[in-house]
Design a protein around this ligand. Structure first.
Ligand code: PBG
Length: 344
């Protein structure tokens, strides 16, 4: 059909660049690569078989042995890193199992590091909530609130023990004021000047963490609203990030990811260090639930959700899909036939 004569000629046709998959690939502004992804992994003391997490189908609490296998796979897939969370057999008021060099997390850092060597950065959660019997991220004061400054001392020691165990990156996630500064100082004093800090800088008190509480058998009653950020606030995230940068953060994180892409975009503009985003347990659970019902296309939604996080400005993404997505990306790359091999 000819263009109706009475209308002006159309010069601009954005559809020209969308005509074929190859053209679309040519102009794609954001790409996914296995190294963009960090796999969060749970290891539980005393398990003999991996234990499924019912609200996160496909994710397990690892035994110390299966954690090593997951880490090897992560390395072989070329993932950006693995983030370890430990679940101890015994908990107490001050989370002492988290500071014990023989505790589940530190022992696992050592074992994973021994297994994967330099090729896979091993990151560890610096936070007490998995280790306290009350489930809060720090120690409690007389009124039952979390005592910021008393907690800092424990984080400082915890980070050093993790570095001694071989952590390549330590990641304080407790949202205590001043945590990056005390951890930086204690790492330096202990001879770990080279160990970077990935600061959970803008971490919101979020209902999207629900399934994680099951994943770590959290003992928490109540919430974390006195220390994690409040969902209505946007500019406060920039303040939190700026403080962490001033305190020496080497990377900063926004968490959760999907419902906080505005925050991520702001932070990516402000930050002169790499920005991570955490696609958290509830984001995973929602996709899995909808896909299991046949309501959305699982692979399409997973890839699009991660693309959105990268497009908003994340350098890398913590996601429970890390290994699976890396396998998909491999398949896709393998199916693109290089032009040269075709012409011969
Ligand atoms: C705290 C921590 C939490 C998550 C990561 N680190 C829980 C919380 O702050 O309540 C949540 C991750 C997720 O939901 O996937 N150690």
């Amino acid at each position: 059909m000819a263009f109706p004569a009475e209308q002006p000629r159309m010069t601009h046709r954005p559809r020209r660049l969308r005509r074929t998959p190859a053209l679309r690939r040519l102009v794609a502004q954001t790409r996914l690569h296995p190294a963009d992804f960090i796999l969060p992994a749970f290891v539980r003391e005393g398990l003999t078989e991996p234990a499924p997490i019912s609200s996160m189908p496909g994710v397990v609490q690892h035994t110390e042995q299966t954690l090593l296998e997951a880490a090897e796979e992560a390395r072989d897939l070329g993932l950006g890193g693995i983030m370890l969370f430990g679940i101890p057999a015994e908990r107490d008021a001050t989370g002492s199992a988290g500071l014990d060099p023989e505790g589940i997390l530190n022992r696992s850092i050592r074992a994973v590091k021994d297994r994967v060597g330099e090729e896979l950065p091993v990151m560890s959660d610096v936070c007490l909530d998995e280790f306290t019997d009350h489930g809060h991220c720090g120690v409690l004061d007389a009124e039952g609130g979390v005592d910021n400054d008393a907690t800092l001392e424990l984080y400082a020691r915890m980070a050093v023990v993790q570095a001694q165990s071989g952590a390549d990156v330590v990641a304080p996630s407790g949202m205590m004021d001043g945590q990056v500064a005390v951890i930086r100082r204690s790492l330096d004093d202990a001879g770990f000047k080279h160990v970077p800090i990935l600061a959970y800088a803008a971490k919101y008190a979020s209902a999207f963490y629900g399934p994680f509480r099951e994943a770590v058998d959290s003992q928490l009653t109540g919430d974390r609203r006195q220390y994690q950020m409040d969902a209505p606030n946007r500019t406060e995230a920039l303040r939190e990030v700026q403080l962490d940068l001033d305190e020496g953060a080497d990377m900063v994180m926004v968490k959760p990811a999907g419902a906080y892409l505005d925050i991520l975009s702001d932070v990516a503009q402000l930050s002169d260090v790499p920005v991570s985003a955490y696609q958290v347990s509830g984001e995973y659970a929602m996709i899995e639930a909808a896909a299991a019902n046949g309501w959305v296309d699982r692979r399409g939604v997973v890839l699009e959700s991660l693309l959105a996080v990268r497009r908003a400005g994340a350098t890398n993404v913590l996601t429970y899909y890390a290994a699976e997505v890396a396998r998909w990306l491999r398949e896709e790359n393998a199916s693109v036939t290089p032009a040269q091999s075709r012409s011969s």
